[in-house]
Design a protein around this ligand. Structure first.
Ligand SMILES: [Zn+2]
Length: 148
């Protein structure tokens, strides 16, 4: 249960994404959010067990929906530390089209990769290395990264 996510709504009921259960509970205790939908009859302190929470005060969310700036850590977060080639735990970032061949450090050209796939792929394209991308890279919003 502690690993589940809780949907977060703006004060206007506009969905803002998801927060971790722990984050949601902290927001309830700081009284910045209220439980909008509860999970069964369970309580956590004075609060119903949250499934959906809603901010008490409206937050202008536009900046959250802008594309996040690229970073290695951001790529690992976006891909949930899962290797794009084999599905194992990823700790490195692979350039799909290698930097040495003109590929850029952009959201669409980078994926999380485990050290062994990254080493195996080296300066080759996935096709040349006979590796298949299991995901389609995308440009995440700040909200998306914040919710991981
Ligand atoms: Zn791998």
């Amino acid at each position: 249960m502690a690993n589940t996510h809780v949907a977060l709504l703006n004060a206007s009921f506009e969905p803002l994404g998801k927060v971790t259960f722990q984050h949601a509970v902290r927001m309830l205790f700081r009284e910045v959010a209220l439980v909008e939908e509860q999970h069964g009859d369970r309580m956590i302190g004075p609060h119903p067990w949250p499934r959906v929470i809603r901010l008490v005060r409206y937050v202008a969310a536009h900046w959250l929906y802008r594309p996040a700036g690229w970073s290695r850590n951001g790529v690992l977060l976006r891909d949930r530390h899962t290797c794009a080639y084999c599905g194992h735990h990823a700790t490195t970032v692979d350039h799909v089209l290698p930097l040495s061949r003109g590929g850029g450090s952009t959201w669409l050209n980078t994926v999380a990769a485990c050290a062994s796939c990254n080493h195996r792929k080296a300066n080759r394209t996935p096709a040349e290395a006979r590796l298949r991308l299991r995901i389609t890279p995308f440009v995440p919003t700040r909200a998306k990264l914040a919710a991981v």
